[in-house]
Each structure stands twice: as structure tokens, then as C-alpha cells.
Write a protein that binds this ligand. Structure first.
Ligand code: NAD
Length: 355
């Protein structure tokens, strides 16, 4: 059956995204309204964030959940994890509407999925909130902040990019601009400082930027200056769509590799970066360290083993760059191909050799 080009029905959007299941939930007593997307469970249970946000409308909430769930499927698959992709959103202002009743109601709806969706905190929720969900649903990811491991994976991804760019992978004297020094960005800045990189930091919260810069001896630039700061590596660690039609001509870096999700505003920007000679480490590939760590926690493995696996993010980034160069595609296309081919193999092992 073919899908009309712009089928905006709910099932049309599920088909376009390849999503398995969407659960819309309402709890009259607490006022909860939530959407849970189980995007793909071919490789394992769908792990994804719980985002609480005052969405403009229900369509915006569904769109966000579908897009983020799909990205989780790609991330888990490209990283070689036995996890699927999913996401959930609670519609509401976390400052005003987040109550124990709302969280527990969301937890009860997650529980109806029988372990097909494993929640972790995201924007608008904390690990303590996920602990509250855990009173109703199991398993949940509520122990151990994944951000330092996301940062460690990004560090190894940057090293892989430097090597692919002809350097030896040493960070000494390499000028890195970290855009956003929150959980991931500050941890990345610390790792880079420990390897004597030259740091430029930017954050919309000036006090936070100043605190991290003082501690690490870094330079601070205005948030809007980060994208046109002259540097070897631009590491986006805040919001997405950092590379867009406006910023593209202004970029003055050789490499882009950071923790942020959805760095490219549109798929076509991957080719535009390549045309400008800027090496791009695909976001879902280079920021997978936190997800690797969460799988290690679910498996009950020790931290040292988790760290070792997280460091392999560098090898994945190197593999994707090499594949892109071999096939004349962009690094993003190579990373998506890597993720999809693993999914195809898992879906039909008997035809694996022909994939
Ligand atoms: P965070 O909220 O702790 O940090 C984000 C920081 O960016 C904040 O300090 C904020 O003030 C700053 N910021 C916001 N807009 C900015 C702008 N325009 N310019 C400069 N700074 C700006 O979030 P986080 O957990 O560090 O996550 C950062 C990014 O990484 C997000 O896109 C997130 O989705 C992604 N990510 C995080 C993880 C993880 O393990 N936490 C894993 C994968 C991807």
C-alpha cells in the first residue's frame, strides 16, 4: 500500500515515521495528558526520554515525540545496542503542572506497555521524577546521570574526527568551541581541559559560562557568537538546528561534533557542510555514550566496562567517516545506513547476506 505524500492523519504520520505504536493517555484525576511513542522494538525494548513541556497543541507534542523516538531507534542501532527507540511527552508546564499524581499516572500508562518502553529523564523531568514513575512501572532509568558518559563519547568522537582530518588525535592545543555548558557541555569541557585543549565556551546563562570558564581557564564568547567563532572543532551541546541556512556560511570550524540532538536544521545541510569542507560527526552517532551507559546499567555491568564501551563511540564515528569517503555519501547518510542495515538484518536474519 502506498502512503499519500502528505498524509497528515495519525496513521499516515505513523507510517511515514515507521512507528510501531502510539499511546495517547488521559487521567482525569491528575489532569495528565501524555503521548508515548514506541518507535521500533526490533533490537529490544524502546528506551527514551520523558519530556514535559507546555506544547502549543497536541500536534506539536505528537511531532516532537515521533521525531525523538525515531532518532532513538537510529542511535541505539548505530551504537550496536540491543535497545529500540521510543519517547514520551507529558503536555504541561513542568514548573506549574508537575505533581506526583501526574507522574504516577504517566507511570501507570507506561506499565500497560509491559516493559516495551523504558523511560529516562529529559527536559522538564529529573531522575527523581523517573524514580516516581518507577513506583508504577518497571524497568526505569533513574540511577546515574548519563551526561558525563555522553561527554566521554563526544570526546572520543572528536578524536576520531581529528584523526580522519590527518592529525594524531591529540587534543593538545586544539581549539574547541563548546556551545552550551550544561550537563553534557560542562563535562565535555572538563575532559577537553584535562587534555590541554584550547577552550572557548558559550552559554545563554552567563553565570554558568563564567563559572566553568574560571574553573577551566577558558575564554567565554556571547552565545550568538559560538557558531562563527574561529576554531578547529565546534561542539554544539545545547539546542538543535545549529546548522541552518543562516549559520552555514558563517561557520569557521573544520569539524562539528557535539552532544546536541538534531544539529542539522534540514537533511540537506549534511551535503552543504561537506561541500564547505567541514567534517560532521552525525549527532545520533557521536552523542550515543549516555545511551550506551544506560544499557550497561540495565545489564548490571560495572562502571569500568561501561566506560570502555562508551569510548567505542570514537570507533563508530571513524567507521561512519570512512564509509562516507568510500561511497561518496555524507557522514549522516553513512550513519543512517549503518543503523538501518543492522535493523534490516535483525528483522530478517535469513536474508542478512543480501542486505
Ligand atoms: P542542559 O539543559 O543541562 O544544558 C544545556 C545548556 O545549554 C544550558 O546551560 C543552557 O543554558 C545552554 N543553552 C541553551 N540555549 C543556548 C544557546 N542558544 N547558546 C548557548 N547555550 C545555550 O542539557 P544537557 O543535558 O547538557 O543536554 C544538552 C544537549 O545534548 C541537548 O540537546 C540534549 O538533547 C542532548 N543530549 C544530552 C544527553 C545527555 O546525556 N544529557 C544525551 C544525548 C543528547
Amino acid at each position: 500500500m502506498t502512503t499519500p505524500a502528505h498524509d497528515t492523519t495519525v496513521f499516515g504520520r505513523l507510517r511515514a515515521d515507521g512507528a510501531e505504536q502510539v499511546l495517547f493517555s488521559h487521567d482525569a484525576r491528575s489532569g495528565l495528558r501524555s503521548v508515548i511513542v514506541v518507535h521500533d522494538t526490533t533490537l529490544g525494548p524502546a528506551l527514551g526520554g520523558v519530556r514535559m513541556h507546555a506544547y502549543e497543541d497536541e500536534d506539536a507534542a505528537l511531532d516532537d515525540a515521533l521525531g525523538l523516538a525515531r532518532a532513538m531507534t537510529l542511535k541505539a542501532s548505530a551504537a550496536g545496542l540491543d535497545l529500540g527507540g521510543g519517547w514520551s511527552v507529558i503536555i504541561g508546564d513542568p514548573a506549574r503542572d508537575k505533581t506526583e499524581e501526574v507522574l504516577r499516572a504517566h507511570g501507570r500508562f507506561i506499565a500497560t506497555l509491559g516493559g516495551r518502553f523504558i523511560p529516562v529523564n529529559d527536559i522538564g523531568t529529573t531522575q527523581a521524577d523517573i524514580g516516581v514513575l518507577g513506583r508504577e512501572a518497571s524497568p526505569v532509568c533513574d540511577s546515574g546521570d548519563p551526561s558525563p558518559m555522553t561527554a566521554l563519547g563526544v570526546l572520543e568522537g572528536i578524536r576520531a574526527c581529528l584523526r580522519a582530518d590527518g592529525a594524531d588525535g591529540s587534543l593538545k592545543g586544539v581549539r574547541v568551541c563548546v556551545q552550551g555548558v550544561g550537563n553534557v557541555g560542562s563535562a565535555l569541557a572538563e575532559l577537553l581541559a584535562a587534555e590541554s585543549a584550547e577552550l572557548v565556551l558559550a552559554d545563554t546563562n552567563p553565570a554558568r559560562a563564567a563559572e566553568v570558564a574560571d574553573r577551566l581557564g577558558a575564554l567565554v564568547v556571547a552565545p550568538e557568537a559560538a557558531v562563527h567563532t574561529e576554531c578547529d572543532v565546534l561542539a554544539p551541546c545545547a539546542m538543535g538546528a545549529v546548522v541552518n541556512d543562516v549559520t552555514l556560511p558563517e561557520l569557521r570550524c573544520r569539524i562539528i561534533a557535539g552532544g546536541a540532538n538534531n544539529v542539522l536544521a534540514a537533511p540537506g545541510h549534511a551535503a552543504a557542510l561537506a561541500a564547505r569542507g567541514i567534517l560532521y560527526a552525525p549527532d545520533f552517532c557521536v552523542n550515543a555514550g549516555g545511551l550506551v551507559f544506560l544499557e550497561e546499567q540495565i545489564l548490571g555491568h560495572a562502571r569500568e566496562q561501561a566506560e570502555q564501551r562508551v569510548r567505542q563511540v570514537g570507533a563508530r564515528v571513524a567507521e561512519v567517516i570512512a564509509q562516507a569517503r568510500r561511497t561518496g555519501t555524507t557522514t549522516t547518510e553513512a550513519a543512517v545506513d549503518l543503523a538501518r542495515s543492522r535493523l534490516r538484518t535483525a528483522r530478517s536474519p535469513q536474508t542478512a547476506s543480501s542486505v
